[in-house]
Write a protein that binds this ligand. Structure first.
Ligand code: FAD
Length: 285
């Protein structure tokens, strides 16, 4: 996809916490599929929960909707045999692309010993399977990294372990993406790096998102939030506009595509898509 010569447009969804609401996510996936994304990624529940649902949704995308899935897989809370089980199921479902991650340490799930870092999982998959591999990266550095140099070094390890491209954590300061490109290039990382953008359309997303991602908030973003604090409709529109502006600046600056964290909201994805369709090189329908 990254070699096709036009920006890669992709979306991320998460599975429901319980089986019950699977129908709702499937309806959302149908709506997202109408945007003809190059792929849709499906997250893997923190601590390895909902692993089956991630596989099921990836299979649904591939077999029922004809959309290429990118299945996330974390390893820190799984044994080697648990990882093998999930990969086996992915193979049965003809899933071809895996975003191989360490995962966050979760307080109530004791970490396992078989895999300590994403590059170990990647190496294991490379040696035993033929999935195409993606890895995660962090424009402002992963919170566990001592400094940006150490952070960049871990991306080099991912490249050496067989990652074919990287997807970034969300960020609101577009410059941080270009700084990431500079530091990775200087360290010999030459993989495509697809920026991940999360449209913030509700006030309650901010605290949660910032706490989870430790993304810094540029002045323009903070100004937008205070301006629309008491105006949910205004924030919805402004949040989409902010995400659209980020995507346009990234694409204009040469990003090889954009990945939208949809938070399972098809309307948000559609509105962002409408704002960037031309920049993605897609014809108006
Ligand atoms: P790693 O690459 O292992 O990096 C973690 C830390 O260890 C970094 O500080 C790094 O510098 C360091 N490090 C890396 N390799 C080594 C090494 N060999 N030796 C020493 N230090 C090393 N979480 C989920 O639970 N489910 C998901 O579906 C999910 N999807 C995500 C998608 C994207 C695009 C991103 C950016 C993150 C996602 N996460 C998800 C969150 C992710 O699991 C966490 O950020 C996690 O803390 C780190 O995962 P990683 O794969 O980047 O880890």
């Amino acid at each position: 996809m990254f070699e096709q010569g036009r920006p890669v447009f992709s979306l991320e969804v998460f599975p429901p916490k319980k089986d019950g609401s699977l129908d709702k996510v499937k309806t959302t996936l149908g709506e997202l599929a109408s945007l003809q994304p190059d792929y849709i990624s499906v997250t893997y529940g923190a601590g390895g929960t909902a692993a089956g649902l991630s596989c099921e949704l990836s299979a649904y995308l591939k077999q029922q909707l004809g959309v290429e899935p990118l299945a996330h897989l974390t390893c820190i809370n799984s044994s080697r045999s648990q990882v093998e089980q999930v990969l086996g199921r992915m193979r049965e479902e003809q899933i071809e692309n895996v975003l191989a991650l360490r995962g966050d340490r979760v307080p109530d799930v004791p970490p396992q010993k078989d895999f300590q870092h994403a590059d170990e999982l990647m190496r294991f998959i490379r040696q035993n399977y033929d999935f195409s591999l993606a890895g995660a990266c962090y424009p402002e550095g992963h919170p566990d990294s001592a400094d940006l140099q150490e952070d960049t070094q871990s991306l080099r390890l991912k490249q050496e372990a067989g990652a074919e491209y990287l997807v970034t954590q969300l960020f609101f300061d577009t410059d941080t993406y270009f700084h990431l490109l500079d530091r990775t290039a200087a360290a010999g990382v030459d993989l495509p790096i697809q920026p991940g953008i999360m449209p913030i359309v509700r006030l309650n997303q901010i605290q949660r998102t910032v706490a989870l991602s430790s993304a810094s908030l540029p002045a323009a973003f903070s100004k937008m939030i205070s301006r629309y604090e008491q105006d949910p409709d205004g924030l919805y529109k402004a949040g989409i506009q902010y995400a659209v502006s980020q995507c346009l600046a990234l694409l204009a600056g040469g990003a090889p595509g954009v990945h939208i964290y949809t938070m399972n909201n098809a309307d948000v994805a559609k509105q962002v898509y409408a704002g960037i369709r031309t920049a993605l090189g897609r014809e108006e329908k």
